[in-house]
Design a protein. Structure first.
Length: 203
């Protein structure tokens, strides 16, 4: 599935919408770039009021995510836009733009998984008295989708970040499929670490 989309996205890349094209200033942070924003940046963004402030923030945002010595085109910015186009193709149909889904988030931050496994599992027997009005007695089957990465398949920035901080985190993200939605059920720590790794001055 992923390889076919990579080929198609290469053909459609020039037509992919840029995240800066979202009008209305604050709308930019509601696009796929939200997955790259760090908590401090989100806090700063909420304080902005004018288009000039928004524009200055966006420029600084990508400057912090440019490679050493980059002049002109920002390779990380280009790579991000390419992944957005790919995610929109791969994960459409969940009721929102593909790059804004949970799977889109994982794809944008980490790239295609080294391995993808889908398994049907039985949920625990949740009997009456559990305290939740929506839980019913009896085992319920659900689909679990697991993405995993080999260390060498991760981007070099994330590899450096993990080595520098001696992170010992499972390279796995899990989703639970509920109807047409994929709910994130594991891997938040890895995703947060990956977002930090995009920032050059985090090192």
């Amino acid at each position: 599935m992923f390889s076919a989309v990579l080929v198609v996205s290469a053909l459609l890349w020039s037509l992919a919408p840029q995240e800066e094209a979202v009008s209305g200033g604050a709308g930019w942070a509601r696009g796929p770039v939200r997955w790259l924003m760090l908590p401090a940046e989100e806090k700063q963004w909420r304080k902005l009021e004018s288009e000039e402030q928004f524009s200055s923030f966006i420029q600084g945002f990508w400057t912090r995510r440019s490679g050493p010595g980059d002049r002109g085109e920002n390779p990380k910015r280009t790579a991000f836009h390419k992944r957005v186009a790919e995610a929109d193709l791969l994960f459409e149909g969940e009721g929102t733009v593909g790059s804004l889904t949970n799977r889109g988030r994982a794809y944008l931050l980490l790239g295609p998984p080294s391995e993808l496994v889908q398994n049907y599992r039985n949920s625990p027997d949740l009997s009456a008295g559990s305290g939740s009005p929506i839980r019913r007695a009896g085992s319920q089957r659900f689909l679990e989708e697991t993405w995993s990465w080999r260390p060498e398949d991760l981007g070099p920035d994330l590899q450096k970040e993990m080595s520098r901080k001696r992170w010992r985190v499972d390279l796995v993200v899990r989703f639970e499929v509920a109807g047409d939605r994929h709910i994130l059920r594991g891997g938040e720590e890895l995703l947060r670490l990956a977002a930090r790794a995009w920032v050059e001055d985090s090192r």
